[in-house]
Design a protein around this ligand. Structure first.
Ligand code: HEM
Length: 457
């Protein structure tokens, strides 16, 4: 190990031989990021450097440093190069934009996600879960990943457009979005594809992507145009709200292109993450009988025969703790990175301009320093005094600071109400001995489909 020499705290550095070990390291880091960064952190500590292929990479797993990256020093960071590829799909929406545009958009969109608004979306969340359950037959085996995708995709579609769109338009949105998203997911798994997409080099997968994107854009622009024609009058849903928002300084609203970018951002950022959080929750419930019994009991006592409502969110503490613990053990957004726009000092560590700071949320969430028996599923840990003492950024499934997930409140409401709506009508059984593992791609997927038998209550 060699220490970088600076006047501040030395940052342990992994030594690599240029080109020879460089490429091997890149492949390991790209293909198996969690194991790779776990090894690096175990060997070199919570703040360390492993630079390869000409990029200065720093691995950050100290909650206090993470806090500064995300909050106090965030104006000195921007999105990394990978986001240029995402921009080909998401445009310049909240997720991909950098300041000052990001700041302006965030300020404008914030009202759409205030708690009272989110409460207004609760009914659609429960309705979508109910519609999905109406296709289930007592005793049959359901693919939970698919069922949760159906629910979250319907929730985001209904939240954006209300139920005012013709069924065939809704159907087209639901068909074309996953098609484009799937091609995008395949591209981000391969650095060569990412490069070709960024440069718009016409290899087959890039052509396929642009075709799928054009098909999705056609339908979204059609919807926006129809809203404009009607002046958005009386239209329900988030889209009409987005179209009516005005910047408080300039008094300007969003252009059609800006609205398209935000709509697609909400689709992408909002449905897959929640699908995964729900699927992992069912996996954990299915594998822990005692927790499962207490969970079904809670739902029976609070909800009984009726449908859950926004108010129930406050009175389902175990359901909420299950969702919280699932987000700890299996954070859907399991890693993120920031690029330093200038030389930055954080807690006496010096990071040079251009450095990429990586944080693997998954590893921090599994650290015994903050969570006793960290590998175990213990929803009740969230009620202990001990948990109140952990650093704020030891648990951050929704990120933090000015880029914190704008849909966090939405996701909590959806997670808790969908779990409760289902558990009030069905008990889900996982095959005895079934286990799956993490598949960390763009989001934290399962390596296997989760199949569960549904028993009507
Ligand atoms: C369990 C579900 C969810 C998880 C775990 C999650 C996680 C995250 C995380 C970690 C970030 C920050 C990424 C970063 O700092 O680089 C983020 C950003 C974002 N999320 Fe979520 N999210 C979830 C659900 C949602 C929902 C339901 C929506 C919208 C309906 C949404 C919309 C967004 C947007 C627009 C951003 C970008 C915010 C910005 O940069 O200003 N997310 N999400």
């Amino acid at each position: 190990m060699q220490y970088k020499c600076n006047a501040l705290k030395p940052i342990p550095k992994r030594l690599l031989i240029p080109i020879i070990t460089d490429l091997r390291e890149y492949r390991q880091a790209a293909n198996d990021t969690i194991s790779y960064s776990r090894d690096i952190v175990n060997k070199y500590g919570d703040v360390c450097e492993a630079s390869f292929t000409g990029i200065k990479n720093y691995f950050i797993h100290d909650p206090e440093v993470i806090k500064e990256i995300l909050t106090t020093q965030s104006p000195k960071f921007k999105r990394t190069k990978l986001f240029r590829a995402f921009r080909k799909f998401l445009g310049n929406g909240l997720f991909t934009a950098d300041d000052p545009y990001h700041k302006q958009q965030r300020r404008m969109i914030k009202p759409a996600f205030l708690p009272q608004r989110v409460e207004g979306y609760a009914e659609a969340m429960v309705q979508c879960a109910t519609e999905e359950m109406s296709t289930w037959k007592d005793g049959e085996t359901i693919n939970i990943n698919q069922a949760m995708t159906n629910i979250t995709l319907n929730v985001i579609t209904r939240t954006l457009f209300g139920s005012s769109l013709p069924a065939d338009t809704i159907e087209a949105v639901r068909d074309r979005l996953p098609a484009a998203f799937n091609v995008m997911s395949r591209i981000v798994e391969n650095p060569f594809y990412v490069y070709c997409l960024e440069k718009e080099i016409g290899i087959p997968i890039v052509k396929e992507f642009f075709k799928a994107r054009a098909a999705f854009d056609e339908i979204i622009h059609g919807i926006i145009a129809s809203y404009r024609k009607d002046n958005g009058n009386e239209k329900p849903g988030l889209l009409a709200l987005l179209m009516s928002l005005k910047d408080e300084d300039t008094g300007m609203g969003m252009t059609d292109e800006e609205i398209r970018d935000e709509v697609i951002t909400f689709f992408i950022a909002g449905h897959e993450t929640t699908t995964l959080a729900l699927s992992w929750s069912w996996y954990l419930i299915g594998g822990h009988q005692q927790v499962a019994n207490a969970f079904y009991e809670e739902v029976k006592n609070v909800i009984g025969d009726r449908l859950p409502t926004a108010k129930d969110y406050q009175v389902l503490p175990l359901t909420k703790n299950i969702f919280k613990e699932a987000l700890r053990l299996y954070p859907p957004a399991w890693t993120f990175a920031r690029e330093a726009m200038e030389d930055i000092v954080i807690r006496d560590y010096h990071f040079p301009k251009g450095a990429i700071l990586w944080t693997v949320t998954y590893l921090v969430h599994h650290n015994e320093k903050y969570f006793e028996n960290a590998e175990e599923f213990i929803p009740s840990r969230w009620d202990t005094e001990q948990i109140k003492a952990i650093p704020k950024y030891a648990y951050f499934p929704f990120g933090g600071g000015n880029r914190m997930c704008i849909g966090e409140g939405f996701a909590w409401m959806e997670g808790v109400l969908v779990l409760a709506a289902i558990a009030s009508k069905f008990r889900l059984h996982m095959p005895v001995g079934f286990t799956t593992a993490i598949n960390p791609v763009f989001t934290l997927k399962m390596t296997d489909d989760l199949l569960m038998k549904v028993e009507r209550i």
